[in-house]
Design a protein around this ligand. Structure first.
Ligand code: 3H9
Length: 702
């Protein structure tokens, strides 16, 4: 059995300490220990009260997530909690650290709670596609009221100890050591002979909201808007509604059990738990051990203060890392710094930041037009435009000024890191740090190791990712790395499908319904259609050589339709709105282009749209794994969810592929190959091998 609970006597108080490193989840051994400990205390006439705490940094991190979906040993959590709550001897939770999910629910079954100021409490189950299934949906509203409980459980966000005390979740904030405070609290209760307080018996607070249908309607609407396509939020609302309206704790618990069971069986739960473990897995790099030495990155220099450079600079400033930003001339520098300041000012207007926060961040920023000024930075990162010759030249300059040991990084989204490394005298210090736009917001950081990048530089960059509050995924050095290499097929298919019969609006809508935050044509409008068009013109490409999938975008640009930036692209954007409207003129243009290219249009089902856009991601993902560019399938899942908006509830493209069945996907790919041909539909050898062996991508996880 996993985990244990230590039991010791301190006078007439039993101290039980949960010990299941590193974060004390409620694994089988912990449940057994809780049950045994409480029974021992109950059987000992000398024990007058029990204090329950956790060893290490957590009180209890919740149920053991790895047990879900399997057969669990030991007593059930519910039996444990019933024993605890029914105890005639008072149990006081000494919440020393993180009390999440089932951990907070254990504390709510205790009769009193004393909390350390540094201890966060939360019910994050919704993030895993679950709901608090150990009485949390019934006890919390009885303690703090239905509205606060709805907000707390539906957000899943933790709150710190002082706020928990203020809200009434904890009875007392520890003064100094939390165990000592809880012991004193227990002694006081014993001395006063205070009765045990069972939250389950309290009806007064919930009774106030009985029949308040508006509150639940509003919660439902809000959840549907914020957590599109999620199953658990509605289940949570139903449980809290039961806590308020049924007037009977056990009847409410029955509703909670039923709803929890539905969540547990729902595929979203499996996907979201896959995400939880994957987010942690991607930080593990087989040939870069955990104890690899890392370099300190206390100062950074960013070359280029345009959209990407500015966003990257903000990421550093936000976590207190001073940045020197370099631009080619004073005007560009002033413009770039002005945009950063404006972005922060908007945050102040929205109440997300104070003017002092902005001053603090801007105080960490220095602008320069002189390369020499970058010499003292621990990390120099270039964020200039995507041209390998210009990048190589920039790396030569970086190498010339950087101090020994400094990390030299490129924000390229596709170009060869080794070529840049070769231009320096220290290829071991060169690495790709591919941020996603807007860089100060997007969670993903794709870290690209070159052939000679040292392990220390890789470990330092992964650590930097965590410091910047990003999820860092390591990629090998190949064109497009992980994300953009996969994306190529997706956008190309979308382009082909509209030439064959669908409208851009049908394609976007199908992908929106699938759960993407926007469709490929909405994305093109957002990025700007003119970027590719201008690049093609500059390169001297003849119109007849423009790939057919880019023809419509180029024609739109010829009509001065560049996308959102001038309110017209594939969509029309009414002034001041980002919600585009379909335009019959674009449909006519698409039809005309099909005719020009001799393509006969036909009706295309949404299902085909989805398969043709999404299966190339999986096929290319398989190649990326085979080439060793991504370490594991879950690395691809994390990249796609955090960098490209692939719906979280699918668990990412590779996990989703396993759910559908690789054999079915391969059969469809072969069908498309027969119908349309082209390298894109060439089945990846790894996919064929896995299907032949009856295996899944998950079998490669290791
Ligand atoms: C629940 O409670 C349902 C109940 O309502 C109903 C029951 C009937 N289980 O994140 P870290 C592992 S649902 C198993 O790197 P940190 C984690 O995988 C649960 N393992 O540390 C990692 O393993 P490894 C509700 C868990 O300090 C290691 O611990 N609770 C669990 O940055 C360290 O984790 C949650 O959703 C777990 N519950 O953050 C809380 N938690 O080293 C989920 C962690 O092998 N957990 N591990 O990679 C967290 O949010 C963070 O882990 C926590 C610590 C804040 C606790």
């Amino acid at each position: 059995m996993k985990g244990t609970v230590h039991y010791e006597l301190r006078g007439d108080i039993a101290l039980m300490t949960i010990d299941n490193p590193p974060v004390n989840p409620l694994s089988s051994g912990v449940r057994q220990g809780l049950s045994d400990g409480v029974n021992t205390a109950l059987a000992d006439a000398n024990v007058k009260a029990i204090v329950l705490t956790g060893a290490g940094r957590a009180f209890i991190a919740g149920a053991d997530i790895s047990e879900f979906g399997g057969k669990a040993e030991g007593p059930s959590l519910h039996d444990c909690l019933t024993t605890m709550e029914n105890s005639p001897k008072p149990i006081i939770a000494a919440i020393n650290g993180t009390a999440f999910g089932g951990g907070l629910e254990v504390a709510l079954c205790c009769h009193y709670r004393v909390i350390a100021a540094s201890a966060p409490v939360g019910l994050p189950e919704v993030k895993l596609g679950l709901l608090p299934g150990a009485g949390g949906t019934q006890r919390l509203p009885r303690l703090i009221g239905a509205q606060k409980a709805l907000d707390f459980i539906l957000s899943g966000d933790p709150i710190p100890g002082p706020q928990a005390t203020e809200m009434g979740i904890a009875d007392a904030l520890a003064d100094g050591d939390v165990i000592e405070s809880a012991m004193a609290f227990a002694a006081d209760i014993i001395a006063k002979g205070s009765p045990v307080r069972r939250i389950r018996d309290e009806e007064d607070i919930v009774a106030k909201d009985r029949g308040n249908a508006e509150m639940f309607d509003a919660a439902r609407k809000n959840a549907a808007r914020k957590m599109r396509k999620r199953f658990a939020p509605e289940m949570i609302v139903q449980c809290i509604e039961a806590a308020v309206n049924l007037g009977d704790f056990d009847a409410g618990m029955a509703v909670e059990q039923e709803c929890f069971g539905k969540c547990l069986k729902h595929p979203q739960r499996e996907s979201l738990i896959h995400m939880f473990f994957s987010e942690r897995e991607v930080s593990k790099i087989p040939d870069v051990p955990k104890d690899t030495a890392t370099q300190k990155i206390d100062t950074a220099a960013v070359i280029g203060c345009g959209t990407m450079g500015g966003g990257i600079t903000m990421s550093f400033l936000n976590v207190g890392i001073p940045v020197t930003t370099l631009e080619m001339n004073q005007e560009a520098l002033d413009r770039g710094i002005g945009v950063i300041k404006r972005n922060y000012d908007i945050q102040v207007q929205r109440g997300r930041m104070t003017a002092e926060d902005v001053d603090k961040r801007m105080g960490l920023l220095t602008g320069t037009t002189n390369f020499e000024d970058l010499g003292s930075a621990d990390l120099i990162l270039e964020a200039i435009y995507e041209n390998i010759d210009v990048k190589v030249d920039t790396f030569k300059k970086m190498d010339a000024v950087a101090k020994p040991g400094a990390i030299l990084a490129s924000n390229t989204s596709a170009l060869d890191i080794d070529k840049m490394a070769e231009a320096t005298s220290r290829p071991e210090s060169v690495i790709g740090l591919h941020f996603f736009s807007p860089a100060n917001i997007m969670k993903l950081l794709e870290i690209v190791r070159g052939g000679k990048t040292s392990k220390e530089v890789i470990a330092s960059s992964m650590k930097l990712g965590r410091q910047l509050n990003k999820i860092a995924v390591l990629s090998g050095n190949a064109p497009g790395f992980i994300g953009n290499r996969m994306l190529a097929g997706y956008t190309r298919q979308a382009g082909e499908i509209i030439l064959q019969g669908a409208t851009p609006y049908q394609v976007d809508n199908a992908l929106l319904q699938f759960g993407m935050p926007m469709g490929p044509f909405q994305m093109n409008d957002l990025v700007g259609l003119d970027l590719g068009w201008r690049a093609r013109k500059l390169s001297g490409m003849k119109p007849e050589d423009v790939p057919i999938t880019a023809r419509i975008a180029d024609k739109l640009c010829e009509m001065d339709r560049y996308g959102q930036k001038n309110n017209r692209g594939y969509y029309i954007y009414p002034e001041g709105s980002r919600a585009g409207q379909a335009d019959p003129e674009v449909v006519a243009l698409v039809e005309e282009t099909s005719a020009e290219l001799g393509i006969e249009r036909r009706s295309i089902e949404d299902e085909e749209v989805l398969k043709r856009c999404l299966y190339p991601l999986i096929n290319e993902g398989a190649r990326i794994l085979e080439d060793g560019i991504a370490i594991r399938p879950c690395d691809i899942d994390i990249v796609y969810i955090n960098g490209y908006g692939f719906p979280e509830v699918t668990g990412g493209p590779m996990f989703w592929a396993d759910q559908i069945g690789l054999d079915k996907i391969l059969a469809d790919i072969k069908g498309f190959q027969e119908e349309y041909g082209g390298a894109i539909w060439e089945p990846a050898p790894l996919l064929e091998r896995l299907v032949a062996e009856g295996k899944s991508f998950a079998s490669l996880q290791g």
